[in-house]
Write a protein that binds this ligand. Structure first.
Ligand SMILES: Nc1ncnc2c1ncn2[C@@H]1O[C@H](COP(=O)(O)OP(=O)(O)OP(=O)(O)O)[C@@H](O)[C@H]1O
Ligand SMILES: [Mg+2]
Length: 313
């Protein structure tokens, strides 16, 4: 049955040639790109929806990038749900889905030349996942070139990734703009993530303490950095089944701990293991009088000096 509101499924390109051909049909000026690893959820759908609203065309890439997974990480068990991914892309009005295999992206094998994330790639997520951000930036750079996009949409949920992509675009003079999309959460506060499918029912309950901790921290924002950290930590301490990797309140562009006198925007970020699943979450907060949670940073293009880096925490 066809109704007038029914959307057409996007074209699918699997090879570079198919992408080049399909790309020719996208003749508008603004080409939005949403990059994903598949197993799409409402977070991804929101990115596509926002891209749809702001651009002439929307390309979704679905690529499980081996380069950004460590040897002991979950690449082999990562969920693959192409059919339902296509349904979401159709529903959200994507024009083109680029879903290559690793040999299409890395046609000559693992690349010897890679994008280096620099010192900001060594802290927080980078400390637990060595090489992760170099692998991520390398594929993002390639997909930016291959798609020829003009506007690239990324989720605030992956705050350090978003910062590093903005830094790559600025520091290496990539064309195109980067747009931050607020974190999409389940009704109970859990940040949506493809990896949530790994959680058992009891894990799922335990995992809630991450977003609860952020919320408690943000509620203490008017009182300053140590009050924020204390309030967030108290929630995590009460849930011993979360193996906390880090809980930090850092400057949004240097990722360094903010000092006690600091007032302004900061990133409250947490990572931890629940059962066998490593989860991350964060909340941009305004620290100081009238402060609290923000959905995204107010001036994300202000990235500070190039040498500012998160080495010394
Ligand atoms: N809950 C969310 N809200 C907003 N954006 C999101 C959310 N989850 C993922 N994204 C964004 O979607 C894009 C693709 O992310 P990705 O495919 O890695 O999904 P994911 O849910 O983060 O999966 P995983 O947790 O396994 O990394 C990224 O820009 C990411 O920040
Ligand atoms: Mg992700």
């Amino acid at each position: 049955m066809t109704t007038t509101t029914e959307r057409r499924a996007p074209a699918v390109a699997r090879t570079r040639d198919e992408l080049r051909e399909a790309r020719k049909a996208l003749t508008g000026k603004e080409i939005a790109v949403v990059m994903t690893m598949g197993a799409l959820h409402d977070g991804h759908a929101t990115l596509v929806k926002q891209a749809r609203a702001e651009a002439d065309h929307v390309i979704v890439t679905i690529f499980l990038n081996p380069l950004q997974f460590g040897p002991r990480e979950d690449l082999s068990r990562y969920p693959r749900t192409f059919d339902s991914d296509m349904e979401i892309c159709t529903e959200m009005g994507a024009d083109l889905v680029f879903a290559p295999t690793p040999d299409v992206i890395y046609q000559d094998g693992d690349p010897g030349v890679r994008v280096s994330a620099g010192p900001l790639g060594d802290v927080l997520e980078g400390q637990s996942r060595p090489g992760h951000f170099d692998g991520m930036l390398t594929v993002v750079a390639k997909l930016m070139h291959l798609t020829g996009g003009t506007a690239f949409f990324f989720g605030q949920k992956d705050a350090q990734q978003l910062l590093l992509i903005r830094r790559m675009v600025r520091d290496l003079d990539f064309p195109g703009r980067v747009i931050s999309v607020p974190t999409v959460r389940e009704d109970d506060g859990l940040a949506m993530s493809s990896r949530n499918t790994y959680l058992t029912e009891s894990d799922r309950e335990v995992a809630l303490s991450l977003s609860k901790a952020l919320k408690a921290g943000a509620a203490a924002a008017p009182e300053g950095p140590s009050a924020i950290r204390r309030a967030a930590r108290a929630v995590l301490v009460a849930e011993p089944l979360v193996l906390v990797d880090y809980l930090v309140l850092v400057h949004p562009t240097t990722l360094k701990d903010v000092p006690e006198w600091y007032r302004g925007e900061a990133l409250l970020a947490v990572a931890g293991k629940v059962g066998t699943t490593r989860l991350i979450d964060n909340m941009p907060v305004l620290v100081g009088p009238g402060g609290g949670a923000l959905s995204v940073f107010s001036n994300p293009d202000d990235l500070g000096p190039a040498e500012a880096a998160g080495g010394a925490r």
